[in-house]
Design a protein around this ligand. Structure first.
Ligand SMILES: [Zn+2]
Length: 332
């Protein structure tokens, strides 16, 4: 029913009315990146098409008030239809494509970067896994995780899509040391060349030069997304501390600006714990964003549990999200 409603409501302009209803709640949008060339369907949908992203920006410019992360944390009240733009992981296209559009539209944004990825000491394992399973010449794959033996068929595109999501789901649940050794095993078994030079354009990391250039602009906030993108609740206290402190230190050393915000890797409840929040405070962070879905009410701001919406891949879905129409329907 809701899906049937979205299109007529979009074209009738009713979202503008519902935007009045969202009022002072802030909508935080989560992006990873954008791409400007056609991509094979097997590639992850982490990156939106540039033309679609521009549609988002035009919609936001017209109907919303884009605020910065500092305003979200410290301003006593939000302007009407307050919206915050965030980008996770630290992909190259954040600089080459996103940044210039943000300057054109004069919109603030926050980039949460994974410092080990920027330093090129580690790949983002989920991207690597996607690539290995998509391009391996194998037609089946066997893997032992704990005491479970996994048999994955890789005959069709659909087999591979299922294998990718099953493996990611399983590997997110194991301790980080086991996850790393399973990834090594996958690399050996899949016989696919995945290196910095062969990385698909949209999976390449920002350079520190890119980060520094962006950080010089007052529109831009650089936050941490850890060193190695682990599920923090699967890490020991010492590992968690290292992930939070080293990434903050590294960003501050390069940008000469305070890194005061954090985005939890994966970001769902259960992907971090009370220790994580305590460590964030001890390490000197002032806020953290999750991937829990919801708007931020200025009267009930939990600075270490900010919710976000994944930016949808079409404008018909995007409009109800940023107008608050989704909130209106779901609260009935
Ligand atoms: Zn991430």
């Amino acid at each position: 029913m809701y899906d049937l409603l979205k299109k007529p409501v979009f074209y009738s302009g009713l979202y503008r009315i519902s935007a009045k209803i969202r009022k002072k709640r802030c909508c935080i949008l989560l992006y990873h990146g954008i791409h400007d060339s056609p991509r094979p369907p097997e590639h992850s949908d982490k990156h939106l098409a540039l033309s679609l992203f521009e549609k988002h920006l035009r919609y936001l410019k017209r109907y919303c008030h884009i605020i910065s992360l500092a305003e979200l944390i410290y301003q006593p009240d939000f302007p009407e239809n307050a919206t915050l733009l965030t980008f996770d992981d630290g992909y190259k296209n954040n600089y080459t494509l996103v940044y210039s559009l943000l300057k054109t539209y004069r919109m603030p944004a926050t980039f949460f970067i994974t410092t080990g990825f920027i330093d090129r000491t580690l790949f983002l394992w989920t991207d690597q896994l996607d690539y290995l399973i998509t391009y391996t010449p194998l037609k089946s794959l066997y893997l032992t995780i704990g005491n479970e033996r996994l048999a994955l068929l890789l005959h069709t595109r659909e087999d591979r899509r299922q294998a990718r999501s099953q493996l990611k789901r399983r590997l997110k649940r194991v301790p980080i040391s086991l996850q790393q050794s399973l990834m090594q095993e996958l690399v050996q078994k899949c016989r696919v060349n995945y290196g910095w030079d062969t990385l698909p354009e949209n999976d390449k990391p920002l350079s520190w030069h890119d980060v520094k250039e962006m950080a010089k602009n007052d529109l831009i906030t650089i936050g941490s997304h850890s060193v190695s993108h682990p599920i923090l609740s699967r890490c020991s206290l010492t590992e968690q501390k290292r992930e939070l402190a080293f990434s903050k230190q590294r960003i501050e050393q390069e940008t000469q600006r305070e890194c005061f915000a954090f985005a939890y890797p994966n970001g769902k409840l259960g992907d971090f714990n009370a220790d994580t929040i305590e460590l964030l405070i001890d390490t000197g962070y002032s806020a953290a964003v999750t991937t829990r879905v919801g708007y931020v009410d200025p009267q009930h701001r939990d600075r270490f549990l900010f919710c976000r919406f994944g930016a949808s891949d079409n404008v018909i879905d995007f409009a109800p999200l940023v107008s608050g129409f989704s909130h209106l329907l779901h609260s009935w």
